[in-house]
Design a protein around this ligand. Structure first.
Ligand code: SAM
Length: 184
């Protein structure tokens, strides 16, 4: 079994958008407790899977973990250093929910933008990005910014997300430029 119900979301996103291939390097942001990591490790057979979270991730065979807050530059720098280049950047990061729709939305967009920053740094040309976001007024801007850097963007709402009604995943397919150089 998987560690989280979220695992079925990634399976469905991957089945829809064809993201994970054998021997890929996959980085998963907001990865605890590790359901997505389990799915990624199965599907990126022979590759490298790295999970990042501010919470501890119990070890998974063949998966590396980094503990840190993605809103901190030091965490992003550590990822760039440890991972180098990736074929796929995933983010299922979610804010602590307040129940205040606008605030939860804004925070989710902020986290999605952190994931986009990581993608800019490590994603190889042709690589793909998946970011979770809650629907709301800043979603179109985020989507447009992803569209600028990828061949195309699609929105996926997995069946398993249905009861969390405003949750969706933006999938950027085919990064069009090379990773930016990392300054120390
Ligand atoms: N995909 C995971 C799975 O399948 O097990 C579930 C991820 S859960 C929905 C969201 C995660 O995002 C939480 O573990 C939380 O700690 C993490 N998260 C939220 N904000 C974060 C941040 N700023 N830095 C790192 N992780 C963060």
């Amino acid at each position: 079994g998987y560690r989280s119900r979220s695992a079925y979301k990634l399976q469905q996103i991957d089945d829809t958008a064809d993201l994970i291939a054998p021997s890929d390097t996959v980085i998963d942001l907001g990865a605890a407790p590790g359901g997505w990591l389990q799915v990624a490790a199965e599907r990126a057979d022979g590759g490298r899977v790295v999970g990042v979270d501010r919470q501890r991730i119990e070890s998974i065979d063949g998966v590396e973990t980094v503990r840190g807050d993605l809103t901190e530059e030091s965490t992003q720098a550590e990822i760039a250093e440890r991972v180098g280049k990736a074929d796929l950047v995933l983010s299922d990061m979610a804010p602590n929910m307040t129940g205040e729709y606008e605030l939860d939305h804004a925070r989710s967009i902020h986290l999605a933008r952190q994931a986009l920053d990581v993608a800019r740094t490590i994603l190889t040309p042709g690589g793909d990005l998946v970011v979770k976001a809650f629907d709301g007024r800043d979603l179109d801007d985020l989507e447009a910014d992803i569209e600028d850097e990828f061949e195309y963007v699609r929105t996926v709402r997995p069946d398993a997300s249905r009861d969390e009604s405003s949750e969706l995943f933006l999938v950027g397919k085919g990064r069009m430029t090379a990773p930016v150089a990392v300054d120390d």
